[in-house]
Design a protein around this ligand. Sequence first.
Ligand SMILES: O=C(O)CCC(=O)C(=O)O
Length: 282
Amino acid sequence: MTKGLDTHELAHYGERGYVIPSFRLPDDLLARLRLGVDGLLAGYTDVPQEDLANPHMLPPSPDGRPNPFLEAATHPGVLDCVESVLGPDLVLWITRVLCKPATIGREVPWHQDGEYWPMRPLSTCSVWIAIDPVSTGNGCMRFIPGSHRRDTLYRHHVTDRDDVVLKLELDRDQFDEADAVNVELDPGQVSLHDVRLIHGSLANRSGQRRAALILRYMPASAHYDRSLVKRSSGSAFDIADQPLLLVRGADRTDGRNDFVHGHQLWWQRYARGLAVASGSVG
Ligand SMILES: O=C(O)CCC(=O)C(=O)O
């Protein structure tokens, strides 16, 4: 059996900027993840369900069970897929639970993730894991195939809409929405997408919850430059304080990546029972 993406899957990712590989998360891990998501949503009601940041930093449960979000983020099958795209040296730099509750789940406006992020060169592969059945009806992701190929990012503006999850939105004259592909997934299926791919998702007006775990990796040859983060929001979440985790291989930046900063902060945050919304960071 092929390790990671097969030739066709890799070509698909290169040409279109995303792929839905044959790899699926094992059922037992999926079941633990679903319990983990249910626990998060029940335990941290002060944070929007679309925006629970860094659940992989939650401590193990009191009965010693490991953190399922960290398990998923370091699962060899997941890392093999990411390695096919980014190479053998991998840094996990953020995770997020994005749950669109039934009937009121908000839209994610069209955007490119790269607009927000401080690693240079700009590079990330996002792994989006379906926890629930994900369909057009409950607000699946929508991709504009091939839109990742341009080197420079497209024009965004700050939206004043309050019915959306992100505040930065692509200008509508930058792409044709008619090209969109709906990414419908069964629980345990994953999609991978490139940092430059134009994507978004519609509101969830259906009676079915749509929860996902999102894992984002950069090659360890990229520098996570914390000084590039614009510190303006005053919110508890600051992308400059992300706890970087080397999950495979070795750092290739001659020590410029800081793998210590942020860890203590996040452990303490979750130990004190605080969940944090990541706000407008993709
Ligand atoms: O889950 C969604 O609807 C959007 C997620 C997203 O924008 C991303 O993973 O980059």
